[in-house]
Design a protein around this ligand. Structure first.
Ligand SMILES: [Zn+2]
Length: 172
């Protein structure tokens, strides 16, 4: 059997962009998918039964390297990954699902809890930022769940570089 194997292609009624649930070894992959604005559930405490249940209930593709998990009868939406490097994993996921990595999508999702972030006015976050950050940036996003603030600082440019090093072009 070949390495990267997809158990099922898109469902007819799953018309939006693909959503994912990552197994308990895929924390890094989940995080980088979130960076790029993709919906990736991950909880290191989640067991495989719960993982499968979420996949079925929410039509999420399980991302895993566990062949035995993929072969379980109940599993319907799944991509089996071969590599243990997040760079290879995300490239495979991007190719299979036609994901686009664009600057406008970056940080539209909270890295910690996967909640979509919302734009917030600069004045509203003033007291929560270092003065340097406040002076040099005008656009901020906030996670409504955990209230983390995101902005396009140097860490974001570093993220683009990491994607490009992984072989994934970041478009405007
Ligand atoms: Zn959050």
């Amino acid at each position: 059997m070949k390495g990267d194997m997809m158990k099922q292609t898109f469902d007819q009624d799953n018309s939006g962009e693909p959503r994912f649930v990552c197994d308990d070894h895929m924390g890094k992959l989940a995080r980088y998918l979130r960076v790029a604005g993709y919906d990736a559930v991950f909880d290191s405490a989640m067991d495989n039964n719960r993982l499968i249940q979420i996949s079925l209930d929410e039509k999420r593709y399980i991302l895993t390297r566990d062949r035995r998990l993929v072969e379980r009868r109940l599993v319907r939406y799944c991509l089996l990954l071969k590599s243990d490097r997040w760079q290879d994993q995300i490239k495979t996921v991007a190719e299979h699902f036609g994901l686009v990595f664009s600057k406008s999508r970056m940080f539209t999702r909270c890295l910690e809890d996967n909640t979509p972030t919302v734009r917030v006015a600069k004045e509203d976050v003033r007291g929560r930022l270092w003065p340097y950050t406040y002076v040099h940036h005008d656009e901020f996003r906030m996670c409504p769940a955990c209230h983390r603030i995101y902005w396009a600082g140097s860490h974001v440019a570093a993220m683009y570089t990491r994607f490009e090093e992984a072989g994934i072009p970041v478009v405007d």
